[in-house]
Design a protein around this ligand. Structure first.
Ligand SMILES: Nc1ncnc2c1ncn2[C@@H]1O[C@H](COP(=O)(O)OP(=O)(O)OP(=O)(O)O)[C@@H](O)[C@H]1O
Ligand SMILES: O=P(O)(O)OC[C@H]1O[C@H](OP(=O)(O)OP(=O)(O)O)[C@H](O)[C@@H]1O
Ligand SMILES: O=C(O)c1cccnc1
Ligand SMILES: [Mg+2]
Length: 561
């Protein structure tokens, strides 16, 4: 069956009912040319079916932090499950490779799929660390080679932006509502859709992106823009002025007058008198119109003209008129200026109204803030003290302004059961050979202590049994650990022909809850923003010895003359 030519498709065999990737551009052609030239050269050499094992991992946590959220796995499995070339795609590859390439290669491409590929991966939404394979991909070398670029692509941004979201959540605190507002600033439509999906996974509460709401069931939220406010000239524009009470028992025939009456009361009130004089009447008209359209969900963007002298009093007048009819206004949004100061002043204004006019809970009316927010500004607001309940965050969040890529890599670790290593002058770039198993070891206090990689056939670490955990490259760094809990990290998400059970892909809401829960269980010093403690990533003593044996074997001995 053709892969995702017209949006998501289903495979016929092996993976019944796995849809194609969300983005129909994710096809087997979404790869680098060199994957095809290598596939051809493997085929030409008769090597294409040699069994290869690749690890997909990253080398450094992003944003100067010491943790990463793994995301993008479901889209990878959707690609794998539907990985077949169409005739049209094969013709294009044929036209793109040199004419000297033998025709038999295209017959080979015609029949490949991922039924002989096996994928083990860490569960999506897991907190992960450098060097540990996020995915282990095993299969015919030519096929797995073709998968390198799309798999790295699907994991890179997804994990980066999910981590960015988790970091914003960490600074904002659990109690704040976090809204992703980034679609207009995202790197194209796919960037926008992916950002909404993975920011939700990383701990945001909702998105303004309607398509993402439909595709993934993410809660949708939004306010209104300055254009709506400035499009009104005066309340004369409001012709339909009546509003039914919330319980339908009576009708206010002139809601505009009711709002104006409240505005006068506010102006002459003992406690609020002097804060404002004449408010902007076109802004008031906009707020009244919005309230008439959404009496149950009234909120107002209050910074178009002047927050304290116009926006806030106008909002309050409308909210109080709504209150008389049994409605509760949702709140305001601030989108410029000093958000700490303005939110505090606004809160005082709301609380004064609650007291002076005996409106229960008016003091708690929600304050949303937006405008170029990022981790630093959230942190600064916390330090100054603020009264913001919800943050709308766009540009910095979705573009990952602070770090544009995660640096995920895909390295061959074994072929035909022979472990392979990639050496580098830079020790951090030396790959860890062998088909491996990975475990997370938990300590007495319930925190994860260390991740450890072992050879595939080594016995697993056991609860209560001491195990030596070694830094993979630094001889002097090692520690004994007596785990209180052992969790195997790599699970089978695509069994190929192995006959193993396939892990179910979990719904995004479940992944999100699990992710938030795990982030909350990390030892706080790994999570802090300033100088966080690195989480330990280690190898077993046996794997350590083997890495260094292979290293010495492969590295030529220099000769001094
Ligand atoms: N109390 C605060 N402490 C630190 N940073 C803040 C505080 N309040 C707002 N900011 C940030 O300061 C920056 C203000 O940006 P800028 O000067 O461009 O906006 P503005 O002039 O207030 O509004 P605009 O130009 O959009 O009308 C934003 O990034 C905002 O998030
Ligand atoms: O600031 P971000 O984190 O990207 O959040 C989204 C922004 O998008 C909207 O306005 P837009 O930036 O389009 O116009 P404005 O800055 O002139 O209000 C909104 O008012 C936010 O300011
Ligand atoms: O709903 C909002 O307030 C919103 C949506 C997108 C961008 N800025 C604001
Ligand atoms: Mg802006």
């Amino acid at each position: 069956m053709a892969a995702a030519e017209n949006g998501p498709t289903k495979v016929e065999e092996g993976a019944a009912s796995i849809d194609g990737p969300t983005n129909p551009m994710v096809t087997p052609l979404l790869t680098d040319l060199y994957q095809f030239t290598m596939a051809y050269a493997y085929w030409r050499a008769g090597k294409h079916d040699e069994r290869a094992v690749f690890d997909l991992y990253f080398r450094r946590n992003p944003f100067g932090g010491e943790f990463t959220v793994f995301a993008g796995l479901e889209e990878c499995i959707k690609l794998i499950a539907n990985f077949r070339f169409t005739e049209d795609e094969i013709s294009f590859i044929q036209a793109s490779l040199p004419a000297s390439c033998e025709i038999g290669f295209y017959d080979y491409l015609r029949q490949i799929d991922c039924s002989n590929v096996e994928i083990h991966a860490i569960s999506e939404g897991c907190v992960v660390f450098p060097k540990i394979p996020l995915m282990r991909i095993e299969g015919p070398v030519a096929v797995v080679q073709l998968l390198e670029t799309p798999l790295v692509n699907l994991i890179n941004y997804a994990s980066l932006v999910a981590t960015n979201a988790a970091r914003h959540r960490f600074v904002a605190g659990e109690s704040k509502l976090l809204l992703e507002f980034g679609l207009r600033r995202a790197q194209g439509p796919d960037g926008g859709i992916s950002a909404s999906k993975y920011c939700y996974m990383g701990g945001f509460d909702a998105t303004s992106n309607v398509a993402a709401g439909k595709l993934f069931g993410i809660p949708l939220r939004g306010t209104h823009s300055h254009a709506f406010v400035s499009s009104f000239m005066s309340s004369d524009e409001i012709t339909e002025k009546s509003l039914k009470s919330s319980d339908g028992s009576n009708v206010c025939e002139d809601f505009v007058s009711s709002v104006q009456a409240w505005l006068r009361k506010l102006k002459w009130s003992r406690l609020l008198g002097g804060i404002f004089g004449e408010t902007n009447q076109s802004e008031l008209a906009a707020f009244i119109s919005y309230a008439l359209a959404f009496p149950h969900n009234f909120l107002a963007l209050v910074d178009t003209y002047d927050v304290m002298r116009s926006g806030i009093p106008n909002f309050c007048a409308v909210a109080l008129a709504l209150y008389d009819l049994g409605y509760k206004a949702l709140g305001i949004r601030l989108d410029s200026g000093d958000l700490a100061y303005q939110s505090c002043e606004t809160r005082k204004f709301f609380q004064t109204i609650e007291k002076e006019f005996r409106v229960p809970n008016f003091g708690k009316t929600s304050i949303t803030a937006s405008n170029d927010l990022n981790e630093e500004t959230l942190d600064a607001l916390n330090k100054q003290g603020h009264e913001v309940d919800a943050f709308g965050i766009g540009t910095h969040l979705v573009t990952c302004y602070a770090q544009p890529a995660l640096g995920v890599v895909f390295k061959l670790v074994e072929i035909n059961n022979q472990p392979r290593i990639k050496l580098s002058e830079d020790v951090s770039k030396v790959s860890i050979p062998c088909k491996k198993r990975c475990y997370r070891l938990y300590g007495k206090e319930g925190y994860p202590l260390v991740d450890i990689m072992t050879g595939e056939n080594e016995p697993p670490p056991k609860v209560g049994e001491r195990i030596l955990c070694r830094h993979p490259f630094n001889e002097s760094k090692r520690a004994y650990v007596v785990p209180q809990r052992v969790e195997e990290l790599l699970k089978c998400f695509w069994p190929g022909r192995s006959g193993k059970d396939r892990e179910e892909l979990r719904p995004i809401k479940v992944i999100r809850e699990w992710c938030i829960n795990q982030l909350g269980q990390m030892r706080p010093d790994h999570m802090r923003r300033l100088n966080p403690t690195p989480y330990k990533v280690s190898v077993s003593a046996k794997l350590y010895d083997f890495i260094h044996f292979l290293w010495l074997n492969e590295a030529p001995v220099g000769e001094l003359q």
